[in-house]
Write a protein that binds this ligand. Structure first.
Ligand code: TEU
Ligand code: CA
Length: 548
């Protein structure tokens, strides 16, 4: 049975369990902590929760290195806690989307423990093993996390592939037995009543298995040409659909580093594909050829063009997803807004953009209260393997720590992973003890407590904007018509559905802009109190109903 299209009308709240709420005083977020905040989640008005991985893991990469797909990470709680969380979400009409990491496992998974034992072990081909060349790795592929994407195993004198950390060996989807194991683990979670699957790095489950050298120094180009979009991708997705997903009312959203506007539709075939996919057009636009720690400026003109390009792609087939931040990127208000003198207005403006765009919006925990980037005082403050490995690479190139830290503080993943800020009390009310990662210093004035039931707060505005989106179908499924393409300050667009038409005006600048609002336009929501018509104050966002 195909999944209904509930996801097209949903707003999804992403929870990074390690940093959401600690219930047992060990400094680490856990499932009971999420349960203790279930009515807060309900109060947001969201329709679904996406939970980052909660499976058993050595935690080399924030749980994206799974050593047992059928067990809950002990730090997060038990399977009974999971069942309780799922039941309590469902009681409140909230769906649960689980995060499955199927491109790779942990090197501590029993499959890999077996695979590395010998060349003729039955599990050998669950992973990619190749002989070295000229005394080095099989080819020149770089890892997402610095260094080679190959690790030498002395015992069998071969290398294994790991696009991410050396503790995340890539699973060999060419092997039908491995694919069958994946089908079984997906069924396990779907039989428990999970409503959706977020499929990590799904674009790389079919890669260039002839393993030619990459011919470019541009890392994102290497992903596109060699790691993602491989020859059997559609086949593997169609098989999972036919053998598993079609038997459940499940929504599938893929994470697609390396997908392009041209090939995205290949992943979204209505009959044999995914329901949705995350693209990274805007997410990588301020990354230079060196990737995350090689930041380059971004322009609003390009930002708007990316939204148009991808909306056109998803209009053809399938359905789009919209996000402005997650656990892998800096905080949206620090990256796209002005988190200093226009912190509140620009947080609300970005929420307006997220919730008025076509495609299912995903809001990352903390962005509903305008949480900002943090400040690592030294690389030792980082809890992210990508930052630590990035520093190793930078040092080899002679970069000093301050220069690297500036880049890590601008674009690193630690920014998104500081503990959720609940109160102005110790550790932001996240825990009674020093958390696994330092709380942002501004938790005393940016937190849920001091924004709850405050009319002008970011939290209150988020709740109101969710209601506006739910009340106006044109904002979820209407067509998208950008205007002011050339402007470097104004992001304005129409949303249309039959007689309904909404005009969204977003002033992405510290200045005042003029815009002639059509006669008869009725203001639906805005981030400033009433002001001058045809004038937009700094970071002002307004949604007008101009239905005929
Ligand atoms: O991220 C994959 C990915 O391509 C990027 O979105 C991410 O920024 C990565 O860190 C490269 O910079 C997914 C997960 O979201 C991420 O947390 C994991 O580290 C990664 O896969 C490996 O599982
Ligand atoms: Ca805990």
């Amino acid at each position: 049975m195909n999944s209904s299209d509930w996801y097209k009308h949903s707003v999804v709240y992403q929870i990074y369990p390690r940093s959401f709420k600690d219930s047992n005083g060990d400094g680490v977020g856990d499932l009971q902590g999420i349960i203790s905040k279930i009515d807060y989640i309900k109060s947001l008005g969201v329709d679904a929760v996406w939970l980052n991985p909660i499976y058993k893991s050595p935690n080399d990469d924030g749980g994206y290195d799974i050593s047992d797909y059928y067990a809950i990470q002990p730090e997060f709680g038990t399977m009974a806690d999971f069942d309780e969380l799922l039941a309590k979400l469902h009681e409140r009409g909230i769906k649960l989307i689980m995060d499955l990491v199927l491109n790779h496992s942990s090197d501590e998974h029993p499959w890999f423990e077996q695979s590395k034992k010998s060349k003729d072990n039955p599990y050998r081909d669950y992973y990619f093993w190749r002989d070295g060349t000229n005394g080095g790795p099989p080819n020149n592929w770089p890892s997402f996390f610095g260094g080679s994407a190959w690790e030498k195993d002395e015992a069998t004198n071969q290398y294994y592939l790991h696009l991410f950390s050396r503790k995340q060996p890539d699973l060999n989807w060419e092997n039908p037995r491995l694919r069958e194991e994946v089908n079984l683990l997906m069924k396990f979670w779907l039989d428990k009543g999970v409503d959706g699957l977020r499929l990590d790095v799904i674009s790389a489950i079919s890669k260039r298995t002839d393993f030619p050298n990459t011919d470019t120094n541009d890392f994102n180009e290497t992903i596109r040409k060699y790691y993602a979009n491989g020859p059997r991708l559609k086949e593997f997705i169609a098989e999972a659909r036919a053998k598993v997903w079609n038997y459940y009312n499940v929504m599938t959203v893929g994470e697609g580093p390396g997908i392009t506007p041209q090939n995205a539709v290949d992943y979204l075939d209505e009959k044999n594909g995914l329901n949705m996919i995350f693209h990274f057009g805007h997410m990588f636009m301020d990354q230079g050829p060196g990737g995350r720690f090689d930041p380059i400026p971004w322009s609003l003109k390009d930002f708007k063009q990316i939204f148009k390009t991808w909306d056109d792609a998803f209009a053809k087939q399938g359905w789009g997803s919209v996000f402005l931040g997650n656990h892998d990127f800096p905080r949206m208000v620090s990256r796209w807004g002005n988190d200093k003198e226009y912190w509140e207005a620009s947080s609300k403006l970005l929420i307006t953009l997220l919730l008025s765009m076509r495609g299912t919006p995903f809001i990352f925990q903390g962005d509903e209260i305008g949480m900002t980037n943090t400040t690592l005082r030294s690389v030792a403050d980082s809890r992210d393997i990508e930052t630590h490995n990035g520093w190793e690479v930078a040092q080899k190139k002679g970069m000093d720590e301050n220069t690297f830290l500036k880049r890590a503080n601008q674009s690193g993943r630690d920014n998104a992973r500081t503990p959720m800020q609940w109160t102005s009390g110790p550790f932001g009310g996240f825990s009674q003890v020093e958390p696994w990662m330092a709380t942002n210093e501004n938790a005393s004035n940016i937190n849920v407590e001091n924004q709850s039931n405050t009319a002008h707060s970011i939290l209150y505005y988020f709740q109101e904007m969710v209601k506006v989106r739910h009340q106006h179908k044109v904002l979820s499924v209407g067509t998208y018509h950008p205007i002011t393409d050339g402007s470097e300050e104004l992001f304005a667009f129409w949303r249309k559905l039959n007689q309904q038409q909404m005009l969204v005006l977003l002033n992405f600048s510290d200045g005042i802009l003029k815009f002639q609002v059509p006669a008869g336009a009725k203001k639906v929501i805005g981030n400033y109190e009433s002001g001058m018509v045809n004038e937009l104050r700094p970071w002002e966002a307004i949604v007008y109903d101009c239905s005929v």
